[in-house]
Write a protein that binds this ligand. Structure first.
Ligand SMILES: Nc1nc2c(ncn2[C@@H]2O[C@H](COP(=O)(O)OP(=O)(O)OP(=O)(O)O)[C@@H](O)[C@H]2O)c(=O)[nH]1
Ligand SMILES: [Mg+2]
Length: 236
């Protein structure tokens, strides 16, 4: 049996996740809850050009901090379940705010495809988005879509399949935090890499940034790490 591609849909609230989920799955979904949580978990299937995709709808989030259940669910799913492809649904009529989440997903080293949705609204507002330039800047495939008219859905499915095939071979373009911070990030990363368990589960650069941010959930994991003492020396 051929294994299905596991695809997670993520995006800010109200960007069109549910509509895209319905377009891809034909509306047939298995609805449950996240374990121990009251947040709805929706899963569906999509077959395109002989490839089976298992699609999961993540909660709508603006960010991926440890400060809200929805954000924790979304990021734990991406980091721990490691879906083959993460589709970041971006509202083209509100690009700047939406790209904040995109940058965090890049940091998480998710295998990303960007769906630039609500292109009709962006056009009506007079925005001319250079999709190729955006794709170039982000280092990611970007597919313009209009979920309400199903425009771009085939292109999106093609991009998902292509991204799944290229998984692990794509170079991640990290955001640079400037010379001083980069030096600290790299030192912390070097220490974290000595913890084999932690570094096999999480991207070490992401962990290092989260340590510097004081992310409670990440700090809790580090509390049990054999490299904790060495880290504390650096962090002071
Ligand atoms: N014009 C236009 N409207 C859209 C498009 N995509 C979604 N919408 C509308 O935007 C609203 C939100 O769509 P949903 O699919 O519910 O968005 P969501 O991301 O699932 O929202 P939450 O689950 O609340 O986070 C609905 O009124 C949709 O009809 C689009 O491409 N163009
Ligand atoms: Mg929804």
């Amino acid at each position: 049996m051929v294994l299905a591609i596991r695809v997670a849909l993520i995006g800010n609230p109200n960007v069109g996740k549910s509509l895209i989920f319905n377009n891809l799955t034909g509306g047939k979904a298995h609805v449950g809850n996240w374990p121990g949580k009251t947040v709805e978990r929706k899963e569906g299937r999509c077959v395109y050009e002989g490839v089976e995709m298992e699609i999961i709808d993540l909660p709508g989030v603006y960010s991926l901090t440890a400060n809200s259940i929805d954000e924790l669910i979304a990021r734990d799913y991406i980091v721990e379940e490691k879906p083959d492809v993460v589709v970041d649904i971006v509202d083209a009529s509100n690009l700047e705010r939406n790209l904040y989440l995109t940058l965090q997903l890049i940091e998480l080293e998710a295998n990303l495809v960007v769906a630039l949705n609500k292109m009709d609204i962006a056009r009506d507002m007079g925005y001319e988005i250079d999709v190729n330039a955006l794709s170039e800047i982000l280092g990611l495939p970007v597919v313009p879509t209009v979920a309400t008219t199903k425009q771009g859905m085939d292109e999106l499915k093609k991009a998902i399949i292509k991204a799944a095939q290229q998984r692990g071979r794509r170079r991640i373009r990290h955001i640079s935090y400037g010379k001083d911070l980069e030096a600290i990030i790299s030192t912390i990363e070097g220490i974290l890499k000595k913890d084999r368990i932690l570094s096999s589960r999480y991207p070490t650069r992401w962990l290092a940034i989260k340590v510097l941010e004081g992310d409670e959930e990440v700090l809790r994991r580090i509390d049990r790490s054999p490299v904790k003492a060495e880290l504390m020396e650096v962090l002071g």
